[in-house]
Design a protein around this ligand. Structure first.
Ligand code: FMN
Length: 348
């Protein structure tokens, strides 16, 4: 209450990137909301061999350098995904590179994988964790061998994460999304799998995909993911699409659009993926979730877990508790005793 009525309006008077950096500092200083209530038992779910206390996760990009995953878990998330981290530190694109579209409950970002690099990230990930923490890996902009960057990341981080996400869907690193094509994706997955095996650790491997895909792309990705033994697909990253109903002044900025306008397109891809993957591969639904109803719709459209980021910018961390309470109520109302019973029920 205090956060959304007092702190959010102040943060929104600042440039978005400054506001985010201040938020991270506050969280590192222990100023985050503590998590008081235990999760409702109906929210517990096992996915890829991991027991999640609830299915609401922090999406990648909020905690790029693995500084605040414990604070976010203590705020009530069932899991947190840190990263994207690249092998070498990189500055990312020129500022300004994050834009709020308050009229649309949306954000456009073209950060370009700004992060402090794998060494510092690995040191932090090796520390104590208050819950389930995934690591999201990417490539450096100037690397000549993209696959090798993922291999370096996987080798270094596999021993310290609960799951590993191969991010091939940021729109802000030129060429990154080309890794989604069938042949390249097979080679990438095989290389990362053997790098992980070498470490002796066995984190499940997830792939994070874009929402801007054709039917053929969806077919190809599903086929590769299933045949290669990937453990989950995260659907989706931000979109390069610009729906013509956007009102925010910054709507024409280049970059990836997230938040409410992403809900429909990302949920469409999610249910298309579910048609191809049901029973074979779990899906993690991301894009435009800002309420318990949104989370429930993602689950009914095929998601076993969900993640969010942009809604935190507009609603603050209280939202996490609200979503969990409402989701448990929706399950009860509709006669489902667990999340698992509701997965994909809207997909024909
Ligand atoms: C400022 C910002 C930075 C992001 N950085 C990353 C990133 O580094 N890696 C990644 O996989 N996704 C990144 N994302 C995408 C989110 O993880 C998520 O997929 C997307 O924003 C859709 O969810 P949302 O509508 O709940 O924000 C970023 C999103 C935003 C808004």
């Amino acid at each position: 209450m205090k956060y959304s009525s007092l702190i959010l309006p102040l943060l929104h008077r600042l440039d978005p990137e400054r506001a985010h950096n201040l938020t991270l500092i506050g969280l590192q200083l222990g100023l985050g909301p503590g998590h008081l209530e235990a999760d409702h038992p109906s929210l517990a779910i096992q996915v890829a061999g991991i027991d999640f206390p609830n299915p609401i996760g922090l999406a990648a990009g909020f905690d790029k350098d693995a500084r605040v995953f414990n604070a976010m878990l203590q705020a009530g998330f069932g899991f947190a995904e840190s990263g994207t981290v690249t092998p070498k530190p990189q500055a990312g694109n020129l500022k300004p590179r994050i834009f709020r579209l308050p009229e649309d409950d949306a954000v456009i970002n073209r950060l370009g994988f700004n992060n402090g690099g794998l060494d510092d990230y690995a040191r932090r990930m090796a520390g104590p964790k208050a819950g389930i923490v995934g690591a999201n890996i990417g490539r450096n902009k100037d690397s000549v061998d993209a696959i090798e960057d993922y291999v370096i990341g996987a080798r270094r981080i596999a021993p310290f994460c609960d799951y590993l996400t191969i991010n091939i869907s940021s729109p802000n690193t030129p060429g990154l999304r080309d890794l989604q094509s069938a042949d390249t994706l097979s080679a990438l997955v095989a290389a990362v799998q053997s790098a992980v095996t070498e470490t002796g650790a066995e984190p499940p491997l997830f792939i994070k995909i874009a929402p801007d895909l054709t039917e053929t792309d969806i077919d190809d990705i599903a086929a590769v993911a299933i045949s290669s033994g990937i453990n989950g697909l995260i659907v989706s990253n931000t979109t390069i699409g610009r729906p013509n109903f956007l009102k925010g002044n910054h709507r024409a900025e280049n970059g990836g659009l997230s938040g409410k306008p992403l809900f429909a397109p990302s949920t469409k891809i999610l249910s298309e993926m579910y048609k191809r993957c049901a029973g074979k591969l779990p899906l993690i639904g991301v894009g435009g979730i800002s309420s318990g109803e949104d989370a429930y719709r993602k689950i009914r459209s095929g998601a076993s877990l969900v993640q969010l980021y942009t809604a935190l910018v507009y609603h603050g961390p209280r939202l996490i508790t609200d979503i969990k309470r409402d989701l448990a109520n929706f399950l009860k109302r509709d006669g489902f005793s667990t999340i698992t019973d509701a997965i994909g029920v809207d997909v024909k």
